[in-house]
Design a protein around this ligand. Structure first.
Ligand SMILES: C[S@@+](CC[C@H](N)C(=O)[O-])C[C@H]1O[C@@H](n2cnc3c(N)ncnc32)[C@H](O)[C@@H]1O
Length: 238
């Protein structure tokens, strides 16, 4: 039996064609979770995002980037996966304020201070070191700009749900996550502060168990616990 490659970044190219298939094992859970993330962005910044310059780091197939562009934001999505970017660009073709850039999120080829908002959705647990994402976000943001990070906590509950259960029963591809890379809220907040991203506001999640069992994809909603996945808003210090 071949060993599973953990945090297998090649799977984003192998499965790229399925990014916009909300029923697929590859992207179904990301579609479900993206509803929560998009709602959190709109709740924080308003439903009309016109005039907002956004960089979506680790944009993948463009689920969040495109949702924000559809609400009027000018969005640049950055990712290392050429296949994912091709699918993202094709799906978002016709949206004048959406573009994509191939690159490493640790050093995205974009000017300092160009963004009002930087998003990093389910990204930091895939990047080594994850603090480099926060450093990049801080560099891209104008003073007072906002950063929204979503990720998975390093708890036994998250390890069991996101790796053993979700990968075990085929809710997501095997090798998607390395649970040792999961980041606790305290670690995230400390690393962000070290790069000038302050005023952290943590958002907990609850599992929507019925929808998860009904669709075999992980659905989440606002909740009081950060023990599974969570989000955090930051503000770049002036
Ligand atoms: C779990 S997916 C999340 C995609 C998207 N943010 C979403 O939630 O739909 C992680 C993405 O991060 C990208 N990624 C991982 N490490 C990266 C790096 N160092 N530079 C650029 N992209 C990276 C992968 O290619 C993949 O598209």
């Amino acid at each position: 039996m071949t060993a599973i490659v953990r945090n297998d970044l090649d799977l984003y190219d192998r499965h790229a064609a399925a990014w916009w298939d909300a029923q697929s094992a590859f992207a179904g859970t990301l579609h479900a979770v993206n509803r929560w993330r998009t709602a959190r962005v709109l709740a924080e910044l308003g439903r009309d995002l016109r005039g907002l310059a956004v960089v979506d780091l680790g944009c993948g197939g463009g689920l969040l980037a495109e949702a924000m562009a559809r609400h009027g934001a000018s969005v640049v999505g950055v990712d290392r996966s050429r296949g994912s970017l091709a699918v993202a660009a094709s799906h978002g073709a016709g949206l004048p304020t959406l573009r994509y850039l191939e690159g490493d999120v640790r050093e995205p080829g974009l000017p300092a201070g160009c963004a009002d908002l930087v998003t990093a959705a389910d990204l930091i647990e895939h990047v080594d070191p994850y603090a480099a994402v926060l450093a990049a976000a801080a560099r891209l943001l104008r003073p007072g700009g906002r950063c929204f990070v979503t990720t998975i906590n390093r708890t036994w509950r998250a390890r069991w749900l996101a790796v053993h259960l979700a990968e075990g029963v085929g809710m997501i591809p095997r090798g998607t996550h390395d649970p040792d890379r999961f980041v606790t809220p305290a670690e995230l907040v400390a690393a962000a502060a070290a790069h000038g991203l302050g005023k952290p506001r943590l958002l907990g999640q609850r599992l929507r168990l019925w929808d998860t069992l009904r669709t075999w994809r992980i659905h989440v909603d606002d909740g009081g616990s950060t023990a599974l996945g969570y989000g955090c808003w930051f503000t770049k210090e002036t």
